[in-house]
Design a protein around this ligand. Structure first.
Ligand SMILES: Cc1cc2nc3c(=O)[nH]c(=O)nc-3n(C[C@H](O)[C@H](O)[C@H](O)COP(=O)(O)OP(=O)(O)OC[C@H]3O[C@@H](n4cnc5c(N)ncnc54)[C@H](O)[C@@H]3O)c2cc1C
Length: 491
């Protein structure tokens, strides 16, 4: 039987992922009354949650727990004091039919290409330096300028296109730095090459760290701690509640949100402020009055994730944290090894679990493939790369994540600008945060920074920070002088 209930709060937060829970922790610390509604009936953490699959702990999203921002690092340390493990980072890339070291050195790269291709690569690099494309517009043109056409195509193109779900011709050049940073394609050698061609003030790369810090029981451990902290500070987190309608009464300045519960009930929440971290098309579809930018919101698209965990014996597993794949003949874009992140991710020291990850479109052939077929595909691909033998796999699973990453292209930029302008003008007390909330290609730390900026905006009663551009805000939160960090601590 369906039930109806209602609650009142100062701030309603939609979504208990990294952005929503960072907001709830900081606002409850500032003594604000907060209610969080989360669609998942049991697990917090959003894409960065940890799933317990027969005692194996599986993570789908964020695996980097280091940040350039002191405020983010401090926030994470405070949530999980003593619960991070730090290990030397081991990763390789599958490219041209071999496993190559990461970061990639010049010698490794040229050796992998073979003498003919290596010579062509060096010639095209020299040509790019002598005659670069004027004002590159796309990531492809930018890449050709930075690395030469031949090297860019051979070393980076496939990995970027799989992860972004777009041809490099359709990705704006302004996204180059972010894309290379997100995919950790920078390395000392390649960044020095790129710097040769970079204009002053142009892109520079974040170099991958040499160690990996990880919560000992997976990324979800951090977000469980954030949920605990929120509750200890008086916040309420309501699991299994999906926002379906959100109405604004401009005269009273009040929001009325309706959530459907996983047991068929309904909850009505009245709030002065709303923070939304779910996908923009869903939010705009729920908003009343209907926003004039609904058309733009609906034009925003997402990529989905299919992940295939393969359980095996540890002695038969590779040692890397993950293997990136830059090879159009392999459909997977990455293979992750959870036991390498932390020994507590597996139920026994003799077993291991790897996840073969595919990015796709919701509803496409890969997304709709029956489980046994997608498992067979994953098994055959890891065998081809020499990572695991199918007979060593002792158990399998399939995880599907809809709207895992926003699709970013020139059209998306335009539509996002329309949505942002409209919503900020019409609804001063509605704040969009996080990766899907701001339709950004952000890392986990950016979801956290977007939330930190939003908290400052709510406490100030005006938009003093740009929560939609956490990469830009990053500089503020890590300015070394601690200005913003101490504001945060004061809050
Ligand atoms: C394949 C992959 C790899 C990644 N790798 C990295 C990495 O290496 N490093 C890194 O830093 N980051 C990485 N990320 C990104 C990182 O996981 C995200 O940036 C982070 O999880 C975003 O947090 P969020 O809170 O903005 O969104 P989410 O994690 O998506 O959380 C949003 C929450 O809102 C809930 N929700 C949505 N709609 C509603 C609704 N209508 N009602 C109620 N609840 C709702 C969802 O259930 C979810 O719990 C990766 C992500 C993916 C998909």
């Amino acid at each position: 039987m369906s039930q109806f209930a209602s609650v009142e709060t100062d701030v309603l937060i939609v979504g208990a992922g990294p952005a929503g829970l960072t907001t709830s922790c900081l606002l409850t610390r500032a003594l604000r009354d907060v209610v969080v509604i989360e669609r998942d009936p049991h697990t917090v953490g959003g894409i960065a949650r940890t799933i317990d699959h027969k005692g194996f702990l599986l993570d789908t999203g964020g695996h980097r727990f280091t940040s350039r921002s002191r405020a983010v690092e401090q926030f994470w340390r405070d949530l999980l004091p003593g619960d991070f493990v730090e290990r030397p980072l081991v990763t390789r890339t599958w490219r041209h039919g071999t496993l190559q070291p990461h970061p990639l050195t010049a010698v490794d790269a040229l050796r992998s290409l073979g003498p003919g291709d290596a010579a062509a690569g060096l010639l095209s690099l020299a040509a790019a330096k002598l005659k670069p494309i004027d004002g590159p517009r796309t990531l492809r043109e930018w890449g050709h300028n930075a690395f030469g056409r031949h090297l860019f195509e051979a070393l980076f193109r496939d990995r970027i296109e799989k992860a972004c779900g777009k041809h490099c011709e359709a990705i704006p050049a302004e996204r180059a730095r972010e894309t290379f940073d997100d995919l950790e394609l920078g390395s000392p050698f390649w960044s020095s090459l790129a710097d040769l061609s970079a204009t002053p003030g142009g892109p520079s790369f974040r170099l991958p760290g040499r160690t990996l810090r990880y919560p000992r029981r997976g990324s979800g451990m951090l977000w469980n701690a954030a949920a605990r902290k929120t509750r200890e500070q008086g916040g309420r987190i309501l699991m299994g509640h999906t926002l379906v309608a959100l109405a604004f009464d401009a005269a009273l300045g009040l929001w009325t949100a309706t959530a459907e519960t996983s047991d068929g009930g309904r909850l009505v929440v009245t709030a002065r402020t709303v923070v939304a971290s779910g996908p923009i098309p869903d939010l705009c579809g729920a908003l009343r009055p209907t926003p004039i930018s609904l058309f733009s919101a609906r034009a925003l698209r997402h990529r989905a994730l299919v992940s295939v965990p393969l359980m095996t014996l540890r002695r038969t597993c590779f040692p890397d944290h993950w293997i990136d794949i830059n090879d159009p003949t392999v459909k997977a874009f990455r293979v992750r090894n959870f036991g390498a992140h932390s020994p507590e991710m597996v139920p026994h020291p003799d077993v291991a679990c790897v996840a073969v990850e595919y990015v796709c479109e919701e509803g496409d052939a890969l997304w709709s493939m029956p489980d046994h077929e997608v498992v067979a595909l994953a098994r055959s691909e890891v065998e081809r790369m020499g990572l695991l033998r199918p007979r060593d796999v002792i158990a399998t699973g399939v995880l599907r994540e809809a709207k895992a990453c926003p699709l970013l292209d020139e059209e998306a930029e335009h539509h996002m600008a329309m949505v942002r302008l409209d919503l900020e003008r019409t609804y001063p007390t509605l704040h969009l945060v996080g990766r899907n909330g701001t339709h950004g290609g952000h890392r986990q730390e950016h979801a956290v920074l977007s939330a930190m900026s939003t908290v400052q905006n709510i406490l100030a009663g005006e938009r003093i920070h740009d929560a939609w551009n956490p990469a830009r805000e990053e500089a503020r939160w890590s300015d070394g002088r601690g200005a913003k960090t101490s504001e945060m601590e004061a809050a």
